[in-house]
Write a protein that binds this ligand. Structure first.
Ligand SMILES: [Zn+2]
Length: 558
């Protein structure tokens, strides 16, 4: 495998530091304090689309970074508890400790009929008030995030703390980093970029040279681990064949980089370079490094999460995280890792049917907002001056009725749509904004929540639709498979809601807790460890005791 330059440099650093590392291991803090003393660096890793199902399926094969993290506090049944299991809402919960109902990040995109833009779509991580911003090329901003991240809180306490975030995806950077990011990088065709007007620093410039050289040169198909060998089987996913891919990188074709484990390696290498550039973990103020590894998601959407491609990705992810941790060790940093995911995933329906899940079906294309608008016009005779009666994205989620018609007309349209949706065999739930606004924020174990509770957890009265539509379990909201997009997530079902949550720090007493927890528990857990001043009600989650012994990391002394 072609090793990016930073990785080779890193290997050199590692070799040189080996004697130091051995000395460091002996000096490791005693078990009782490793889960309770504030670390100098929080490394928050999000593996996009890393479902609890993927973790369960592959965890016995992990031997590198993910194996190490499994020696810490392991929560195999974490919940992104809300219904809108998309990237932006999911990432908004991880370091804020609040659900999308409070963070305001209800979806990747929503409709705002007050804006001038013709399609009325707003991207979660954009500043649409900037005239240069468009959904295709957003001016990236955290203005929609109505919550503070862990990095924001640390910097408010001590401005010397650094808040750094890097990912393939801009929304991951913004939702994990928040409002006070010192260095934030994400990928756009051509290389890593940063916020409008912020120059790309030397570390990211070097990462871009390495990535672009790799894309220009190409790379051979990746090795298949022995435990993936039996999985190479072609499946026709609605006109495109998946299941045998090995990530050949054809010369000059960037997709062989971005839809492959290579993009995770590039992000992790840049994260390490930013540790040096930003001097993370070196002084008394705790720093936060957020690392968004997106390849599991790009591979999941392109090939489905159930085939050979994902098996290879799991092996490469394990190695990439191993190299990241080894680089932090080589720098003798005192860090704590938390790893989780923004949502889970569901395999392509053709493979689901072959593998004993016959009820998996493609979604009905008459469920799109546009088709629902046509239906409502047929039933009520009502039309909107703009020609668009119902706004919304895809087959499920928020549905917005035109504000260009009267309140009475809107009520009629809503009634027609609710009746249509409630009688549709693929719809599991349809809730009006009024119903959801009257529903209390859910509490108790997320596995027991009703569909309405799940929808409530990602409902914001200012941003959510007039209707929220939830599809039935097993319905893939893709009407026809296409090359590059064969499966997705976003449902209120546990295959999309359940994600692993792992905490690790050198010397901590590991344990596994199978009971459900939530991703909103992560921020209060770290806040306690970092002695942040918080008050009741700051978080939707609760502090998790990370010490596997008698000490309680939630009851540490300031
Ligand atoms: Zn995602």
């Amino acid at each position: 495998m072609h090793l990016p330059r930073a990785a080779m440099l890193l290997a050199g650093v590692l070799a040189a530091a080996a004697p130091l590392l051995q000395a460091g291991a002996k000096d490791a803090a005693p078990a009782a304090t490793a889960a309770t003393a504030p670390p100098r660096l929080i490394v928050a890793i999000s593996v996009d689309q890393f479902s609890a199902d993927l973790f369960a399926r592959y965890r016995r094969h992990f031997s590198q970074g993910l194996a190490r993290l499994q020696d810490g506090a392991v929560f195999p049944s974490g919940y992104q508890s809300h219904a809108a299991t998309e990237t932006c809402p999911g990432h908004s919960t991880i370091l804020t400790g609040v659900r999308p109902a409070r963070s305001g990040i209800i979806a990747n995109e929503w409709t705002d009929q007050s804006i001038a833009r013709a399609d009325k779509r707003v991207y979660c991580a954009e500043d649409e008030t900037n005239p240069a911003s468009s959904p295709d090329r957003p001016v990236v901003s955290a203005r929609h995030l109505n919550a503070r991240t862990l990095g924001d809180r640390l910097k408010a306490r001590d401005p010397a703390g650094r808040n750094v975030a890097v990912s393939y995806k801009d929304r991951t950077v913004v939702m994990m980093g928040g409002h006070t990011i010192d260095a934030g990088y994400w990928w756009r065709p051509g290389g890593f970029v940063s916020f409008e007007g912020v120059p790309v620093g030397p570390a990211a410039q070097a990462a871009n040279r390495t990535a672009n050289a790799l894309i220009a040169k190409g790379a051979p198909a990746m090795a298949v681990p022995s435990w993936c060998a039996g999985m190479s089987r072609a499946v026709d996913a609605g006109g495109t064949s998946v299941g045998e891919g090995r990530f050949l990188l054809e010369r000059g074709k960037a997709a062989g980089f971005t839809i492959s484990p290579r993009v995770d390696a590039a992000v992790a290498n840049l994260a390490v370079a930013l540790v040096d550039e930003q001097q993370l973990g070196r002084d008394g103020a705790t720093d936060v490094l957020s690392v968004g590894l997106s390849a599991t998601d790009t591979i999941g959407h392109t090939f489905g999460p159930g085939g050979l491609e994902m098996c290879i990705q799991m092996a490469e992810l394990d190695k990439t995280i191993g190299r990241l941790l080894a680089a932090l060790d080589a720098r003798r940093l005192d860090y704590m890792v938390v790893l989780t995911a923004d949502h889970g995933g569901f395999d392509v329906i053709e493979r689901q049917r072959q593998q004993a899940y016959p009820r998996a079906v493609r979604g009905d294309s008459t469920l799109t907002a546009e088709e629902l608008g046509k239906y409502a016009t047929q039933m009520t005779g009502i039309t909107a001056p703009s020609g668009r009666l119902v706004y919304g994205d895809g087959m499920f989620g928020d549905r917005y009725i035109s504000r260009q018609i009267t309140g009475a007309e809107r009520a009629k349209v809503s009634e027609a749509l609710v009746a249509r949706l409630k009688s549709h065999p693929q719809v599991a739930g349809v809730f009006t904004a009024r119903e959801l606004a009257a529903t209390p924020l859910p509490s108790g174990s997320p596995q027991d929540w009703s569909l309405k509770d799940r929808a409530r957890a990602s409902f914001d009265p200012q941003r959510s639709g007039d209707l929220v539509v939830l599809l039935d379990r097993g319905v893939m909201p893709i009407a026809a498979g296409s090359r590059g997009y064969v499966s997705t997530h976003g449902s209120p079902w546990d295959y999309d809601r359940r994600v692993p949550i792992l905490f690790w720090r050198r010397g901590m007493t590991g344990f596994e807790q199978p009971a459900p927890i939530e991703t909103v528990d992560i921020a209060p857990t770290l806040a306690a460890l970092l002695r942040l001043d918080t008050t009741d009600g700051d978080f939707d989650g609760r502090c998790l005791d990370l010490d596997g012994g008698p000490v309680n990391s939630c009851e540490v002394q300031p």
